[in-house]
Design a protein around this ligand. Sequence first.
Ligand code: IVH
Length: 681
Amino acid sequence: MNLFDDPKQRIKQLSDELNQHNYNYYVLDKPTISDFEFDALLQELILLEKAYPDYILPGSPTKRVGGEVTKIFQSVKHRYPMLSLGNTYSFEDLRDFDERIKKLVTRDFSYICELKYDGVAIGLRYENGLLTQAVTRGDGIKGDDVTNNVKTIQTIPLKLNGNDFPSDFEIRGEIMMSHKSFENLNKSREAEGEESFANPRNAASGSLKLQDSREVAKRKLDCFLYFLLGDQWKEKTHEERLKKAQNMGFNVGHFFKKCANLDEVFDFIQTWDVERKKLPFDIDGIVIKVNEIELWDTLGYTAKSPRWAISYKFKAERVETRLESVSYQVGRTGSVTPVANLTPVKLAGTTVKRASLHNADIIEKLDLHEFDIVFVEKGGEIIPKIVGIDKSKRDVYANKIHFITNCPECGALLIRNEGEANHYCPNEDHCPPQIKGKLEHFISRKAMNLDSLGEGKIEMLYDSGLVKNVADLFDLTSDTLFGLEKTIISEDGKNKIISFREKSVENILNALQQAKIVPFERVLFALGIRFVGETVAKKLARHFKNIRNLSKAAKEDLLDIDEIGEKIADSVLLYFSKAEHLELIERLANKGLQFELHEDFLTPKSNILDGKTIVVSGVFSKPRDEIKTIIEQHGGKHTSSISSQTSYLLAGDKTGPEKLKKAEKLKVPIISEADFLKMLP
Ligand code: IVH
């Protein structure tokens, strides 16, 4: 029989083949097929699994695409406590460590030196060769079950190679984010107006706690494994166990080394103190472990860490330089950040000219004075920071640095709210960076989604004086746009000229036309009222139905709405108290933007779905939100997770296999978009 006639067989073959390719690519770093071929096989498997959910294998590579949503991460007790390591900072400390061991151990032994990965610790449980649980460190005794999210990480095998391993075991390692993924993530967060992560470790940790595993899959996390637990292993040394783990499919990295004595350990440390700067991810030290496992018991453990291992932490590089001045940057949301301008100095491979001072409290705490000689360090954060001052070198006449009182961009008096560390400029409509921020927010994907205005064009329109607020966008014509030109520095550091030629003028004007069909709730979000995010905008739109009602709402009316508290209510009231905002809305409304809920929302269409609860999952011919609205219009309810109370699972393309399985298990009927539309009158 042809394999293609036997879906069960083909699903198994594709799963095995794709798992092997993942291993070749991510662990061995030796891909044997192109990305294109890989995607084609994966697509075939996705389609087959959709058609034959019964045959989906537990270690299926399609699980990595994500799709499972975890509302609350269950707290799980570790089977073996998750210990930490003793830290050392000098070779002297390592000599003591070595001597302590030699007092207890009489036989010859060796060390394994490994990189100390600066990420998030994770424990992975495998039962019968399948990944069944992934738990974070937590407090070392109990951690969070983040299995769904961890399954999206390409370097973690869902199913192990071969069958020479215990039927139930745990392996531990570190979840990491590479510098490149970190930079890309922060870039896109900044573009969306979200706060950026301070370092890759925070980004990895934040990613593991995302509710939607599909989002986790996009974050491109990595994992290095370094510790096989339990006594069921026949390998007698840590080195053999690492190699064993690699053969089973784990990424143990290529960087560990067996060292016969302390001098070889010192060499390894010195090499990596330099080489680490070339790694595509962060390490913060070297871990030194006794290689012979029978000695682990002899040496034992303290309450917190094993006596057979220790970590050597690299020193953060520190240099001395002079403070030349302090300047203040006004962000797109109006927050003011002080920046120290320094006499340029070499630090950890780069020239440092500036360091962040974060806020007024930090300046005060440092007791910073003009022209101080400061110590600068590059820690986990990308931007170096001032960690101290050499006060002995301070000029007696030097003035203390005081935080500015007025906005450096527009002159407005700065505000600092109680309980907040940052100062901000309240002049949201006339302060240049804030105007740009508002324009950028307005055109962003989740707001008006005016793609063709992105990439520096907004800046250009603002700088040319054509656009000073969002309503001005709708006064643009082909005459005013055509030929406008500007040189920008693109992401790769090269100069790039952007100019409005016929095609882009046409695209911009078309996009502005399209803006007229953007529904009220998104227009409301696009206005950029402080604290009115996507969800709040939706709530306000549904509740007040149109902008007139909203603009006249009293505080009590606002507070009456679920989840709207003082802070949001005050901000909405303040926004509509300004005549300028009302004028702006008037202009936008005159241009045809939606300031009232679409009729469809206002009038129920039938009660055919009365009492029905539907879970909508996957990709449909129209946006999922639209499908949900249709459900509401016909009297139904929609929820995100399947339970025995669910009436239907409305499954579009790419519905997660776990969802389909759960529906089958709970006997919840699975319907397609076509089936659903047929139900409606
Ligand atoms: S071994 C019982 N090896 O650093 C010993 N840990 O500060 C278990 N870490 O808890 C740890 N790289 O989260 C080990 N090569 C490595 C490591 C490593 C990073 C982390 C791990 C550990 C922490 C201790």
